[in-house]
Design a protein around this ligand. Structure first.
Ligand code: SAH
Ligand code: SF4
Ligand code: F3S
Length: 469
């Protein structure tokens, strides 16, 4: 792995664009501070990227706004993981046409995972002439230069770059939250699950140096962050390719050993690499949340093989059982795909059976969505979408019963929660370490603090509680 300072020169080059842009964007906005709107689709990896884009926009002199109509720059950071995600982006970009007509100097930029796909970039170019800038995930460190070229070049700019395998440290950052934050530890993915577009749009897996991660975590704790999520597509393979010999479990332990009152979580864990060492580290450190997001995707060995997941149902159950036996009150959560090409109803029933056995706290469920360029998109897929939707309905019913039962079992117990946000007038949402949301009737002053809460009521899977201190 290359040292992080090899990019110093490149980052300096970008700083020069930033200084020039301050004046250029001010003038374009009509001699006032320009406003920038950034909308993020997709996973936390994209959220973390958007925090970098926002940091760079602020350095260019922009004020960040939540209101598209007052923006001088609009950026959509897109997700390609399912067709539905892409459709939302196309719909929302269509709505920008009127804004561009009203304010011709408006710069509309599209970036993120969708833009790494040739056919999408072409479609944007063809169908949305008012989009002035398109760029992919491999060039976000060059965002200032791209904005500069887009506003001074007088023509539309599409920049997709290639995966150079590098990690750009030291980019400015505007964190969305003040007490809950994301900390990417690695980028890309090497797993090539046959249904998944992520490795194609995010490039090869690369890990940040442990010292950079630890020092960022330290800074976050010093700045008052109380809930830190370590991010990667497959955190369990952290460290591959680094000169230092370090496992994810060791990294997690080092972060948890930082002094201060905070907690740390991580996602996503791939079952094929989830180790007992990781579970043991989780079990022996109070600051590590007792929450494990371990996507199993499907309960049938035949389908898992077709998906190229490289574990069996038995291996999954073994690690899940070990985790449950070692970590008190563990929340296991998972992603599930329903209706993978060729999956039969009997195979889907194996998924239901696995759900019943493991008793997940919650599930993210998806109907299979074919992605251009992935192997599964060419597999024979005889089951209709309506039929798959029925299967999904069946699955959700099973999961709702499990979640309701689990929630009912929590009544009377006391948990340490982080108060996160206002749910509605007079009600706040707080989160337990095992990632369960509890509603409390308190004033917003408690947001951002840890409290001890007793669960007083469970209505299906919604919990209510009372603050005890
Ligand atoms: N790296 C993570 C997942 C990232 S994508 C992991 O391996 O667990 C998030 C989830 O989207 C996946 O876990 C999967 O359940 C779902 N997903 C990915 N591609 C999909 C597709 N083509 N159709 C339906 N769901 C998909
Ligand atoms: Fe996609 Fe599989 Fe990589 Fe997750 S591990 S991002 S599902 S290819
Ligand atoms: Fe979507 Fe890209 Fe994440 S495809 S799920 S935003 S890595």
């Amino acid at each position: 792995m290359k040292e992080n300072n090899v990019n110093a020169e490149e980052l300096q080059r970008q700083q020069q664009y930033i200084s020039q842009l301050e004046d250029i964007l001010y003038l374009r906005a009509g001699n006032k501070q320009p406003a920038a709107f950034v909308r993020t689709y997709g996973c936390q990896q994209n959220v973390a990227d958007s925090e970098k884009l926002k940091g760079m926009l602020e350095q260019m002199g922009c004020a960040l706004t939540e209101d598209k109509t007052e923006a001088d720059i609009i950026i959509f950071n897109t997700c390609a993981v399912r067709e539905h995600a892409e459709d939302r982006v196309f719909g929302n970009v269509g709505e920008l046409k009127a804004l561009k007509k009203k304010k011709p100097s408006l710069l509309i930029g599209l970036c993120g995972c969708m833009m790494e796909q040739q056919h999408i970039a072409e479609r944007i170019h063809r169908s949305f002439p008012y989009v002035g800038l398109v760029f992919g995930t491999h060039v976000i460190h060059r965002f200032p230069e791209l904005v500069y070229n887009a506003v001074t070049g007088g023509k539309r700019l599409i920049e997709r770059g290639t995966d150079d395998g590098q990690i750009y440290e030291g980019l400015p950052l505007h964190r969305d939250g003040s007490f809950k934050g994301w900390l990417p530890i690695m980028y890309g993915c090497d797993n090539f699950c046959t249904y998944c577009i992520v490795p194609h749009v995010r490039g090869r897996e690369r890990s940040r140096l442990p010292e950079n991660i630890i020092s960022e975590a330290r800074e976050m704790v010093r700045a008052g962050y109380k809930d830190i999520t370590l991010l990667g597509q497959n955190v369990n393979s952290y460290g591959k390719g680094l000169d230092t010999d370090i496992s994810f479990a060791q990294l997690l332990k080092s972060v948890a050993e930082i002094e201060g009152d905070f907690r740390v979580r991580f996602m996503t864990s791939h079952p094929k690499d989830a180790s007992k060492e990781l579970i043991d580290v989780m079990a022996s450190n109070d600051k590590i949340c007792n929450h494990l997001h371990l996507p199993f995707q499907c309960g049938s060995d035949r389908v898992l093989k077709q998906m190229n997941r490289r574990y069996t149902r038995e291996k999954y159950l073994e690690i899940a059982d070990y985790a449950k036996s070692r970590i008190p009150d563990l929340s296991l959560t998972s992603d599930v795909i329903v209706g993978f090409p060729g999956e039969t109803y009997e195979e889907f029933c194996e998924t239901l059976d696995l759900i019943r056995r493991v008793k997940f706290t919650s599930l993210f469920t998806f109907i299979y969505s074919p992605r251009v360029g992935t192997p599964a998109a060419k597999f024979h897929d005889p089951v209709s979408h309506d039929e798959k939707a029925k299967w999904l309905g069946e699955l959700l019913k099973v999961q709702e019963e499990i979640a309701a039962e689990r929630c009912a079992g929590m009544v009377g117990n006391s948990y340490r929660v982080l108060v996160e946000e206002q749910a509605r007038e007079g009600v706040l949402n707080a989160r337990t370490a095992n990632n369960i949301v509890v509603e409390i009737n308190e004033a917003p002053g408690l947001i951002g603090t840890f409290r001890q809460v007793e669960i007083t009521e469970a209505r299906n899977w919604i919990l209510r509680g009372k603050v005890r201190n």
